[in-house]
Design a protein around this ligand. Structure first.
Ligand code: BG6
Length: 468
């Protein structure tokens, strides 16, 4: 790439901007990955340039995951400016023009829409009126719409202003180092792909329990809930990485095509195989309706009806205020056709062997299997082989998910972004659930969700909690 950029950050005083985007943009500039750029923060708050810089500095000091560096901050701060969205498109246009003059030439523009779905179209129109569409790319935050009709309408309206090639729909789970490692693991090795199918795999679990609650995001969360916040977005995207066929190359069209084939093969969700939950106390949270039916938890069975995966259930589970925070993909292999090791031989045979991807920042992979317990006789132990990214020499080079994706969008690299077609198909398979939504079941904070999750997966069992 490396052209200078004008970055216009809508939702600049929101939670995501504070935690991830402002510290991430700063790191990209400081690391030299991104050339000289200017950033305009836009939001509804009454800030000016100075108070926005103070806000961003606090965010940097609190959420930057690397060593805080005062000199680097001092160099970055003057590149930030602020404009209130109420000032209108003309004010935005002249602020942009002044900064582009500072950068010189015709810098590229990156508009980051860190705003709720309802506000996205207003921002698109503001950009159009401010004549900031040319030379620009936009990053859009999920959820993209709230059902099939709204996603289609949103895509159609955005396409009136921006070409599909300019639109980068972000799903930060796909920017996680460990998620990308799924592709390397599957397609850079000859060992695993031959067993990556219904003949060898019994079922797959994708489990993203979180201990945190709303963190002041009730306004967003009440209208969204766990299914739309996490499943129709992150968990389905990760599922596609696990399930897709080998792409013809790693370019974005090939990968999107294979992911979209997975989405096309997914069966519509059956509400009978969906458990929605709400943690006790949720309705007392600030900004939550006393009779709220918002799901803070969801577990479901997804099915991919193709040659590779027919008959292999994918169990997905995520929720707030659960017992532990984790991001685990767990592949359970079929058991051997004949067992010569009776129960009672050491651990005996307790369920299948597993391959586990831990998508946490300190990411890991492990393969669990049975082996002989040392000593007389033939007794078994469950053993495991592990890879821990944090223990590798290059652990310090990891880019955070948002950093990687912003960097990719600036380069016009679309591989890790989602397409309009894929998103619409995911809403389409969600239609039966949205039309016939099961009631939320209460669960106690600090647990693994409502009891009904066990019937969902029986006679198999949820893998978490497990010893790592
Ligand atoms: C966000 C959701 O997209 O992902 C949050 O809106 C969730 O509700 C978060 O907590 C989880 O992301 P991560 O990277 O912390 O696993």
């Amino acid at each position: 790439m490396n052209e200078p950029h004008l970055i216009v950050l809508f939702g600049a005083t929101g939670d995501l901007a504070r935690r991830k985007l402002l510290p991430g943009i700063m790191h990209l500039l400081q690391s030299g990955l991104v050339p000289d750029s200017r950033i305009i923060g836009v939001s509804l708050d009454d800030f000016d340039d100075d108070s926005f810089r103070d806000f961003a500095e606090k965010a940097y000091r609190e959420f930057n995951t690397r060593k805080v560096d005062d000199a680097q901050w001092a160099e970055f701060a003057p590149k930030l400016s602020y404009i209130n969205v109420k000032a209108g498109p003309d004010a935005l246009a002249s602020a942009a023009a002044a900064l582009e003059d500072e950068l010189g030439g015709s810098p590229r523009r990156l508009h980051y829409l860190s705003v709720p779905p309802k506000a996205a179209l207003d921002v698109i129109h503001t950009l159009d009126q401010a004549h900031l569409v040319e030379r620009s790319r936009i990053i859009m935050e999920k959820p993209f719409g709230t059902d099939l009709a709204s996603a289609k309408a949103l895509n159609a309206e955005i396409h009136e202003v921006f070409d599909e090639q300019q639109i980068f729909r972000i799903d930060h789970f796909l920017g996680k180092e460990a998620a990308l490692n799924i592709l390397a693991f599957r397609f850079a090795n000859g060992l695993f792909e031959p067993i990556w199918n219904r003949n060898f795999i019994d079922h797959v679990q994708i489990d993203v329990p979180e201990t945190l609650s709303l963190d002041g995001r009730s306004g967003f969360y009440e209208g969204t809930g766990a299914f739309k916040d996490m499943v129709v977005t992150h968990l389905f995207q990760v599922l596609a990485f696990m399930a897709m066929e080998a792409p013809t190359s790693l370019d974005s069209d090939s990968i999107s095509e294979e992911k979209n084939k997975v989405f096309r093969s997914m069966l519509p969700l059956d509400p009978k195989f969906v458990v929605r939950g709400q943690y006790q106390g949720y309705r007392d949270e600030k900004g939550v309706a006393a009779d709220s039916e918002t799901d803070t938890f969801v577990a479901l069975k997804a099915e991919i009806d193709n040659w590779r995966w027919a008959g292999v259930p994918f169990y997905l589970r995520t929720g707030k205020r659960m017992a532990e925070g984790a991001r685990i993909i767990s592949i359970a292999f079929r058991e051997p056709p004949k067992s010569m090791f009776p129960a009672g031989s050491g651990v005996g045979l307790q369920g299948p062997d597993h391959l586990t991807f831990d998508l946490a920042d300190a990411s890991r992979m492990s393969l669990s299997f049975y082996g002989k317990r040392p000593g007389p006789g033939m007794r078994l132990d469950k053993l495991s082989m592990q890879f821990a990214m944090q223990e590798t020499e290059r652990a310090g080079e990891v880019l955070e998910a948002y950093e990687r994706l912003i960097y990719d969008a600036m380069r016009g690299e679309r591989t890790l972004f989602t397409t309009a077609e894929g998103i619409e198909r995911l809403w389409e398979i969600s239609e039966p659930l949205l039309a016939d939504t099961p009631p939320v079941r209460p669960y106690s904070p600090g647990t693994w969700g409502p009891n009904a999750i066990h019937q969902l997966i029986a006679p198999k069992a949820w893998r978490l909690p497990f010893e790592r």
